[in-house]
Design a protein around this ligand. Structure first.
Ligand code: ADP
Ligand code: MG
Length: 192
């Protein structure tokens, strides 16, 4: 995947978040403050309008800076910082050989920014499982990604706003875990 293909994939997330705004809003209403759908839509509307860069690294950096500046809430700095971190390890193209490195940078960024290590019912639970699968030499499918998000349903939230809901958070997919399915899919789908 080159810079142009990456730009197309990231811009296409505007439509995905437009179509799924209500779904994310409903998840975040259950175990948060109900703004995750609006946050992601605002973020990727700005990506559709402003994403720039001639190299993969510059596109990832532009994506991170834009998400950081336009998304309020916990998810903006988390996604934003992660894209900036990925830009620092990006090579000329995203390939089957280097996608593992890229997603590991995503995972490490969330771990350090979010102070998470897995099982807290956050986006990290999806991103870290994708990273593990890539490091085991497998390319996760879209179904795998969705399964990783579905797995958060049975978890008790211990980080972020959802932690206030304690045991009541069981039974709902974490909103950020769900949004990360689509973000990761945009990064993985250009790699064969
Ligand atoms: P806010 O929680 O400020 O309303 P959002 O609703 O946009 O922000 O994002 C919520 C999502 O952010 C959660 O579903 C979760 O996946 C993620 N999140 C929140 N706190 C953390 C954290 N400390 N580490 C990792 N992810 C987190
Ligand atoms: Mg929220």
């Amino acid at each position: 995947m080159n810079a142009q293909e990456l730009t197309t994939n990231l811009k296409s997330l505007y439509k995905v978040f437009d179509e799924n705004e209500e779904l994310l809003t409903n998840l975040d209403r259950e175990i948060g403050d109900g703004d995750h759908g609006v946050n992601m839509l605002r973020g990727f509307k700005a990506i559709d309008e402003k994403l720039s860069g001639d190299t993969v690294s510059d596109v990832l950096k532009s994506c991170g800076m834009t998400l950081m500046s336009v998304i309020g809430g916990a998810s903006g700095p988390l996604y934003g910082f992660s894209f900036v971190k990925m830009s620092q390890v990006a090579e000329e193209e995203i390939t089957r050989d280097n996608i593992g490195n890229l997603i590991e940078a995503f995972k490490d960024a969330i771990a350090s920014r979010g102070q998470v290590s897995g099982g807290e019912k956050t986006m990290y639970d999806v991103i870290s499982k994708v990273s593990d699968k890539l490091n085991a030499g497998e390319l996760p499918t879209t179904d795998d990604l969705q399964q990783f998000a579905d797995d958060t349903k049975s978890m008790i939230a211990t980080k972020g706003r959802a932690a206030y809901f304690k045991e009541q958070s069981v039974g709902t997919i974490d909103p950020g875990a769900q949004s990360s399915v689509w973000v990761l899919d945009a990064l993985l789908s250009g790699v064969s």
